[in-house]
Design a protein around this ligand. Structure first.
Ligand SMILES: NC(=O)c1ccc[n+]([C@@H]2O[C@H](COP(=O)([O-])OP(=O)(O)OC[C@H]3O[C@@H](n4cnc5c(N)ncnc54)[C@H](O)[C@@H]3O)[C@@H](O)[C@H]2O)c1
Length: 348
C-alpha cells in the first residue's frame, strides 16, 4: 500500500493568530498534516497554551524547532517585524512556510524572503485568508463570470473593535494600522481588480487613542486610502481601530453593469451598531468571522506543499501589499499622492 504523504507543522508564535493555526493543525481537522511543535518565547504564555495542546512539543527559540526533521513546514505568526528573519531561516532549513500577513516591513525584506524560498526550493504562502472565505471567494467568482461587466471600483473596509496596542504607535517602526489591519483590504483590491496599484493618496487621523497623541503625533487609528490602479480601475480602503461596536469587514465591487457586495447590506436604509449593543447580531471578532477561512487556508497550504501546487497568495502578493502600506504611510506623512515607483516605496 502506498503511504499517504504527511506534513509535520511547527507554529512559530503562540499568540492570537498562531493559536488559530495551532488549534486547526492539532484538532485533526486538516487532513495529511499534524502539529509537531509550537515556538513561544514568553514563558507564561507557553505554560498556558501547553495545557491546551498536550500533544505538541514546546520551544522558546525558533532555531531549534526548525532543525527538527519531523517538521516539514512552519507557520510564522510572530510580531510582523520578525517575519523576514524567521522566513529566511526556515527556507534555509528547507521548511515550507505559511507566513501571516503582513509579509514584512518593506519591499527589500520581501525580496530577501522571496530569494530565500527560491534558494531553498520551498513554498511560501502569505496569510491572506479572505481569499479562502466562502463569501469573498463567491464574489470573486461572480466578478470573473462577467456578471457586473468590467470592474470600475473596489471599496474595501476593515473596522476592528479593539484599540491599537502601544507598540503600534510609532508608525515608522510598526507600519501602523494600514499594515496590521488593512493589509487584507489591499490584497482584496489587487485580487478583485486583477491589477497592481499605480498611485495612492491617504489621510489618517487619531480619534480614539489619546495615549498616543503627545508622544506619537503621527499615529492614526482611522485611515482612508484612495487608489488609482494600473489597469485604470479605482479603489478605496477604510480602516479603523477601536470602533467598539464589532468586527466589520465589508467590500463592494462596482462594475459597469452592476454591484457585488460582500458583508451585510440590510433592506432597511439605516442601521446602527453601538458598543452597548444593537438590535441585530454583530460579529465581535475577526477570529469568529473568518474561522472557516483559516481552516481552508491551512488545508490548502498543506495540499500545495504535498501536491506541489502554487499557493493562492504568494510572496509576490505579500510584497505588493507591503509596498502599498509603505506608499500609504508616506502619503499620510507628506500629505500628497505617492506613486508606487518612488524610492520611498520600492526601497531602492
Ligand atoms: N490573518 C489575520 O487576519 C491576522 C490576525 C491577527 C494577527 N495577524 C498577524 O499575525 C502576527 C501575530 O499577531 P498576533 O495578533 O497573533 O500577535 P500576538 O502578540 O497575539 O502573538 C505574537 C506571539 O509571538 C510571540 N513571539 C515574539 N517573539 C517571538 C519569536 N522570536 N519567536 C516566536 N514567537 C515569538 C509573542 O510572545 C506572542 O505570543 C502578526 O504579523 C499579525 O499581523 C494576522
Amino acid at each position: 500500500m502506498q503511504r499517504v504523504p504527511h506534513l509535520g507543522i511547527c507554529v512559530i508564535g503562540g499568540g492570537r493568530a498562531g493559536m488559530i493555526h495551532a488549534r486547526n493543525f492539532s484538532s485533526g481537522r486538516i487532513a495529511r498534516a499534524e502539529l509537531v511543535s509550537v515556538v513561544e518565547p514568553h514563558a507564561e504564555t507557553r505554560t498556558r497554551i501547553a495545557a491546551e495542546l498536550p500533544d505538541a512539543e514546546f520551544h522558546a527559540e525558533y532555531r531549534e524547532a526548525i532543525a527538527d526533521p519531523r517538521v516539514g513546514a512552519v507557520v510564522v505568526a510572530t510580531p510582523s517585524e520578525l517575519h523576514c528573519a524567521i522566513v529566511v531561516a526556515a527556507a534555509a532549513a528547507g521548511k515550507h512556510i505559511l507566513c501571516e500577513k503582513p509579509m514584512a516591513m518593506n519591499a527589500p525584506e520581501c525580496d530577501e524572503m522571496i530569494a530565500a524560498v527560491e534558494r531553498g526550493g520551498v513554498k511560501l504562502q502569505i496569510g491572506f485568508m479572505r481569499r479562502f472565505d466562502a463569501s469573498f471567494a463567491a464574489a470573486k467568482a461572480r466578478v470573473e463570470s462577467g456578471e457586473i461587466g468590467r470592474v470600475v471600483l473596489v471599496k474595501s473596509l476593515t473596522h476592528g473593535p479593539t484599540t491599537p496596542k502601544p507598540w503600534m504607535y510609532d508608525i515608522r517602526q510598526s507600519n501602523g494600522p494600514l499594515s496590521e489591519v488593512n493589509s487584507h483590504d489591499i490584497d482584496t483590491l489587487r485580487w478583485f481588480s486583477g491589477s497592481e496599484f499605480e498611485e495612492v493618496y491617504a489621510i489618517g487621523g487619531n480619534f480614539r487613542s489619546p495615549d498616543a497623541k503627545s508622544t506619537f503625533p503621527d499615529f492614526y487609528d482611522n485611515v482612508v486610502l484612495c487608489a488609482r490602479l494600473r489597469n485604470g480601475m479605482q479603489g478605496t480602503i477604510c480602516g479603523a481601530q477601536g470602533v467598539q461596536y464589532g468586527y466589520d469587514a465589508r467590500c463592494e465591487v462596482l462594475g459597469e453593469k452592476g454591484l457585488i457586495t460582500v458583508g451585510h447590506l440590510h433592506s432597511d436604509s439605516v442601521t446602527s451598531f453601538t458598543a452597548s449593543g444593537s438590535a441585530s447580531k454583530v460579529v465581535r471578532s475577526w477570529s469568529d468571522l473568518f474561522a472557516d477561512a483559516y481552516r481552508a487556508e491551512d488545508e490548502d497550504f498543506v495540499n500545495c506543499v504535498l501536491d506541489n501546487r502554487t499557493p493562492r497568495a504568494t510572496g509576490v502578493d505579500g510584497k505588493a501589499a507591503v509596498m502599498v502600506v509603505n506608499a500609504g504611510n508616506l502619503s499620510i506623512a507628506q500629505r500628497r499622492p505617492v506613486r508606487m515607483d518612488e524610492p520611498g516605496v520600492t526601497g531602492r
